[in-house]
Design a protein around this ligand. Structure first.
Ligand code: SAH
Length: 225
């Protein structure tokens, strides 16, 4: 993990406050989401080998940045937007697909969710499993596996968030959503994908809203060792 001095820590707090102001300017209003982002040390989540030079300049700018294994941490705006759409209340069971570096996982924890998160890249899974407890997040359950299959053992979930672009709606995830539950998932295979909000209104009934273009790394099939 990166070692950061007290002065840097202070600087980062200021940067986080400014990031929160930017997110408000872009339309994020959920106070709990904004407080989570103000609190979580995003600069500690990057790939150590690439982080140092980029760290001070970019950790709290609204950018997607490398986290290793060819993957990226989502833009803070995207994290905030998806989190807001989930409308989490404390104690809800939330399934996340694409743990990555665990930043979104930490946001979900701060919102009081019981978090279950799946990652298909072993190195990222291992890193997050070790790192999240080191900064105080001991409760999320992490799994190395294929998110297309969900996590039947803990289903059904109140909320499901997918943080990689899916070419279609994964059947297993729909099945593992509670009636009344919400899923937020970017759908599409092109340059940009459509953020999609779904609410399960009955055994086979879903409300659906398509909310505009975002850029995610693709949701891939099967685990990668
Ligand atoms: N939530 C992450 C975003 C990481 S990018 C963060 O805050 O850092 C998306 C992640 O989804 C990548 O780590 C990628 O490896 C993972 N992913 C892609 N397809 C997947 C699948 N089928 N199952 C689980 N994880 C997947």
């Amino acid at each position: 993990m990166l070692q950061v001095s007290r002065e840097e820590e202070y600087l980062f707090m200021g940067k986080r406050r400014r990031l929160v102001e930017q997110l408000k300017g872009k339309g994020i209003t959920d106070q709990k989401v904004l407080s989570a982002i103000e609190k979580i040390p995003r600069h500690l989540f990057f790939d150590d080998s690439t982080a140092r030079p980029a760290l001070l300049d970019h950790a709290y700018s609204d950018k997607a940045l490398p986290i290793g294994a060819g993957q990226t941490i989502s833009h803070p705006y995207t994290v905030a937007y998806q989190s807001e759409l989930l409308a989490i209340t404390a104690g809800e069971k939330v399934l996340e697909i694409g743990t990555g570096c665990g930043y979104q996982t930490a946001v979900l924890c701060e919102l009081g969710a019981k978090v279950f998160s799946i990652e298909r890249q072993r190195s990222l899974y291992e890193k997050s499993r070790q790192f999240l407890p080191m900064i105080g997040y001991r409760s999320p359950k992490l799994m190395f596996g294929d998110g297309y299959k969900g996590w039947p053992l803990y289903a059904p979930f109140d909320k499901i968030i997918v943080t990689a672009a899916a070419p279609y709606l994964p059947e297993d995830l729909l099945r593992q959503l509670k009636v009344g539950g919400i899923m937020v998932i970017p759908i599409g295979e092109g340059e940009t994908q459509q953020m999609t909000w779904l609410k399960r209104t009955g055994e086979t009934a879903f409300d659906r809203k398509v909310l505009g273009g975002f850029k995610f790394v693709p949701m891939l099939q099967d685990k990668q060792h």
